[in-house]
Design a protein around this ligand. Structure first.
Ligand code: PMV
Length: 334
């Protein structure tokens, strides 16, 4: 038997990092997906085929004197993604009370480990596909919660933001209460985003720890910054309902400044953020944990100019429309 599911990537619109400390966030699924197939094996082994992952930072070098090709990849990202598969299988097996041998195959339309929620997508997809093989179509809530457990086991700290949006899709307002408060927002307008990508220098767990340490050392300064980010998210939720793009843009700019003050942005990210604004974006900010990775620019009618500006400062621009669709079962073959 083989089960294949697909899961969307995401951009966090507002509230990353602050959500780890109890503030709300706004997050949106994007139209780039990761596909996971799980196939039953006759033994109890787990084999992971992730040959097709787009690992960022591949460098190919050859010179006339030494024509051999050297290939350098950020292998760490790949090993990282595989860690989520392992923990997701563990979490699903414990939950279902049965352990199967599986071949897992992963394909991704997005770069892995770039702040587009691929680790959450891997966790959600693995839990879902593995559970189908084990004879259970779990409710979405259970899948989201097992995938969140997976992220917690791998990263030690993780909010339910990425795993929720990977499971449910759409644009979500999330409060990290127990149980997680999730509201699906009806967004009538097109949100014309351009995403810019540069190679990532740090992992999510390192960046979350950096903010936590800063908050411990300078509580009276950092806690109000995190609370302000939470307030920005509330204002952005209202602006989204009113389709007020200029306000959304301004709030993105403020949110970026606060994230930069927490030390999670980088020069490469800031270059993309500012050049996008210079090229006509109504707002721009880093998205996700930072340390490189991705930024988003809201740029109605200026997508081409903004893409060019991102390229000029060394980033890789791409368009990814927001997507309503979360986890999708693609096929189940007996
Ligand atoms: O690295 P990403 O894009 O998955 O973003 C993580 C977002 C944080 O808020 C920094 C951490 C979290 O678990 O919510």
């Amino acid at each position: 038997m083989r089960a294949t599911v697909s899961v969307p990537g995401k951009v966090s619109l507002f509230g990353e990092h602050a959500i780890v400390f109890g503030e709300p966030a706004l997050v949106a699924a994007i139209g780039k997906r990761l596909t996971i197939s799980a196939e039953e094996r006759s033994d109890r082994a787990v084999r992971i085929n992730a040959m097709d992952l787009h690992v960022p930072g591949v460098i190919l070098t050859f010179t006339e004197d030494s024509p051999e090709l050297t290939v350098e990849t950020d292998y760490g990202h790949m090993v990282g993604a595989v860690g989520y598969v392992r923990e997701a299988i563990e979490a699903a097996s414990e939950h279902l009370g049965s352990r199967l041998g599986v071949n897992i195959t992963i394909r991704s339309e997005m770069p892995v480990g770039a702040g587009l929620g691929t680790s959450a997508a891997v966790s959600v997809g693995t839990v879902a596909a593995y559970s189908i093989l084990a004879g259970h179509q779990l409710p979405l809530g259970e899948i989201a919660s097992l995938a969140h457990k997976t992220e917690l086991r791998v990263q030690n700290i993780a909010s339910p933001m990425d795993t929720s949006v990977a499971t449910y899709g759409g644009v979500l307002y999330i409060r990290p209460t127990s149980p997680t408060h999730i509201e699906r927002l009806q967004v009538a307008c097109e949100l014309p985003f351009v995403i810019g990508y540069v190679e990532r220098e740090s992992r999510t767990s390192e960046l979350v720890k950096k903010v936590r340490d800063l908050r411990e050392s300078y509580a009276e300064i950092i806690s109000p910054i995190l609370q302000s980010i939470g307030r920005i998210t509330e204002r952005a939720k209202a602006a989204l309902a009113e389709e007020d793009l200029p306000t959304l843009g301004r709030l993105m700019n403020i949110n970026h400044g606060l994230l930069d003050s927490l030390g999670v942005s980088t020069k490469a990210l800031n270059d993309m953020v500012y050049s996008a604004r210079f090229a006509g974006a109504v707002g721009s900010k880093m998205t996700g944990a930072g340390g490189g990775g991705c930024m988003i620019a809201l740029c109605p009618g200026k997508e081409l100019e903004v893409s060019t500006a991102i390229k000029v400062v060394g980033g890789c621009p791409f368009r990814a429309p927001l997507s309503c669709e979360g986890l999708r079962v693609e096929s189940v073959e007996k």
